[in-house]
Write a protein that binds this ligand. Structure first.
Ligand SMILES: Cc1cc2nc3c(=O)[nH]c(=O)nc-3n(C[C@H](O)[C@H](O)[C@H](O)COP(=O)(O)O)c2cc1C
Ligand code: SF4
Ligand code: SF4
Length: 257
């Protein structure tokens, strides 16, 4: 099975393509987490976990899901992390998780995709993002081929210092900075409810025809990037910044369906 967590579609795009090459079932982990019913999977064989890199490690939504769900012991587990630059300490986080769950660790790979973290950074121009996605498509085929052949994917060693410093920064960031107080909807809001429906953590509701953010946010950037009216801002830094609409819509600019 190929499991994915995705805010703005990059990891979904990668997971969908891996599942296509492998001829395997594709599963969005939020289908399980939203129901809050602990799933127990029985199939033995190969499992692929795809998610974004958040603060130099796999998104916690994915690692928490793996810890929570039931899997048969001894499954072969591959970790594919989409990132703007680096998957950071993913190989060590993933291999430790495998040991804990009794999985066979088959390696971790990064796929570079467009930047979506517009609360802190800028996404690139559409043409540059198309280039990034086209390069990613080649890497997706290569990695899928290795998985299909049952090979281990190359993985890098993470030193103790890099690991502990990154983990510490990540813990602080999750606790103190992944907050929603800075999100707001402007007068451009057309009350379409898209933000409510796409939030993977069901953290947005509507009040007086405007979105209201709860506390359960992982800063996935789906709401702010995918609002059709570009009506969501985060603090003072996002006004006028281009939004990242995801790989399907970015490629759609070049490959009209
Ligand atoms: C909260 C957050 C943290 C991020 N941290 C990193 C990072 O540490 N390194 C990196 O290369 N990209 C980072 N990114 C960029 C995303 O990993 C990248 O754009 C990813 O492909 C988004 O995947 P998605 O569309 O499936 O949500 C971060 C993005 C967000 C929203
Ligand atoms: S997606 Fe945008 S326009 Fe639609 S309700 Fe949310 S903020 Fe308003
Ligand atoms: S509220 Fe948080 S988790 Fe939900 S879509 Fe927005 S950034 Fe993502």
């Amino acid at each position: 099975m190929v499991f994915y967590f995705s805010g703005t579609g990059n990891s979904r795009f990668v997971a969908r393509n891996i599942a296509r090459v492998l001829g395997q079932e594709l599963a969005d982990i939020t289908e399980y987490t939203k129901k809050q019913e602990r799933p127990v999977f029985c199939e033995t064989g190969v499992y692929v976990f795809v998610c974004p890199s958040y603060m130099s490690a796999p998104a916690r939504s994915m690692t928490d899901f793996i810890e929570w769900a039931g899997f048969p012991s001894g499954i072969k587990a591959y970790f594919i992390v989409t990132c703007a630059a680096s998957m950071g300490i993913t190989p060590r986080v993933a291999s430790e998780l495998c040991t804990k769950k009794g999985f066979e660790y088959m390696g971790a790979a990064q796929i570079e995709m467009p930047q979506n973290y517009i609360a802190l950074f800028n996404t690139k121009q559409v043409e540059e993002n198309i280039d990034i996605i086209e390069k990613a498509e080649i890497e997706i085929e290569r990695i899928s081929g290795l998985i299909k052949e049952g090979k281990m994917i190359e993985t890098k060693k993470i030193g103790a210092v890099e690991y502990s410093v990154t983990k510490w920064v990540r813990d602080v960031y999750y606790k103190d900075f992944m907050k929603t107080a800075k999100f707001r909807a402007t007068d451009k809001c057309i009350s379409c409810r898209k933000c409510v429906n796409i939030c993977p953590l069901s953290n947005i509701s509507m009040k007086d025809d405007r979105p209201v953010w709860g506390r359960n946010c992982t800063h996935c950037m789906a709401c702010i990037n995918q609002c059709p009216a570009d009506a969501i801002e985060y603090g003072k830094g996002t006004a006028g910044k281009p939004r990242y609409k995801g790989p399907d819509s970015t490629l759609g600019a070049k490959r009209p369906s």
